[in-house]
Design a protein around this ligand. Structure first.
Ligand code: ADP
Ligand code: MG
Length: 313
């Protein structure tokens, strides 16, 4: 067959937003030229502060809201396409369900909507519903409600799963259990887009983090790359493992420290100097040579939290 008849689109692209702008009727610009591609078997965390546009991006991918400009595709089709929707599972940020139906009944009803639902027992296990199957939704705690809504999202054994802040209200144990399930889904080739403002969650779970702020892409990459980018290592040779945060008490003025090779930022709080460097050994050697009184030295690897705050300022 001639090469020209091959499909032009990468076959592992499961969902995409291309140059999306979304302006709501009240004039708010929620997304501003955002592009995002989700591939098979990938866990992507959409990270950003409140109002960044995370939920808007999810609603567009679900076909619940139409873009002002740009193109939305899931499984190569419009997100309102029925076949594409049957392969998609969703847990919305403000999820609702009938109060007076039992957990078991709701899960069974949802399974009935899909051609090849996940077995009921697998759903109970995946979402941790063992103790609450017979309870009415209205009688569940916040975290238990989240778990049932997670089961509903998985009821159709979807290939593409949208989870909008899924672990809000869960205790540590339930959150870890949900992470384990999400990892197992990805290992089976499912694609997961989750939004979160828990930096720790994105770091622990995602293959790729996409940081947005005020509707715009700030950066995207592996958790290590996001840390590296945000802390100023744009030279291409530094990796996150070479970036360190140094704290010490020193007589050197901050403006002098900023000129030392490798230093990307420096500041003084009370008597403590904090700086970020891409060349920790060289930076420290120079500082120690310049200031023999330097003491209370601490060297740390950057946390994702620091990276994130730097990015969304
Ligand atoms: P996030 O999920 O990151 O907190 P959202 O996507 O919910 O952000 O919101 C992005 C921006 O769009 C916010 O300024 C929000 O107030 C606004 N917004 C969200 N939904 C609507 C809506 N239905 N109508 C008008 N403005 C909205
Ligand atoms: Mg939201």
């Amino acid at each position: 067959m001639p090469a020209i008849l091959e499909p032009p689109i990468a076959t592992d692209a499961v969902a995409s937003l291309t140059s999306i702008t979304k302006r709501y009727a009240n004039g708010v610009l929620a997304l501003d030229d955002l592009s995002l591609t989700l591939r098979r078997g990938e866990i992507v965390a959409l990270l950003g502060p409140n109002g960044a546009g995370k939920s808007t991006a999810v609603k567009l991918l679900m076909g619940l809201s139409a873009p002002t400009a740009g193109n939305v595709r899931i499984f190569g089709a419009d997100p309102r396409n029925t076949d594409a929707r049957l392969r998609t599972g969703v847990m919305l940020q403000v999820g609702r369900a009938p109060e007076m139906l039992r957990v078991r009944e709701q899960v069974e009803i949802f399974r009935g909507y899909y051609p090849k639902p996940m077995p009921y027992a697998d759903l109970v296990k995946a979402a941790g519903l063992e103790e609450i199957e017979a309870r009415f939704f209205g009688q569940l705690s916040g975290g238990q409600k989240q778990r049932m809504l997670f089961a509903l999202a998985l009821a159709g054994d979807p290939d593409l799963i949208f989870l909008d802040e899924p672990t809000v209200g869960l205790d540590i144990e339930a959150r870890r259990a949900m992470w384990t399930t999400i990892r197992a889904l990805a290992a089976r080739g499912k694609t997961v887009l989750l939004t979160t403002h828990y930096l720790e969650e994105a770091d622990a779970l995602a293959h790729r983090i996409v940081v947005i702020n005020k509707g715009k892409l700030v950066c995207s990459g592996t958790p290590a790359e996001v840390k590296s980018i945000s802390l100023g290592a744009t030279g291409g040779t530094a990796t996150s493992s070479t970036i360190k945060i140094i704290r010490c008490v020193t007589a050197l003025p901050v403006q002098n420290i900023r000129t030392i090779p490798g230093v990307t930022q420096a500041g003084l709080t009370d008597t403590l100097t904090t700086l970020t460097t891409t060349r920790p050994e060289a930076t420290l050697r120079e500082m120690l040579a310049l200031d023999p009184t330097l003491h209370a030295l601490e060297v740390q690897s950057p946390a994702l939290e620091d990276a994130f705050l730097a990015l969304t300022k």
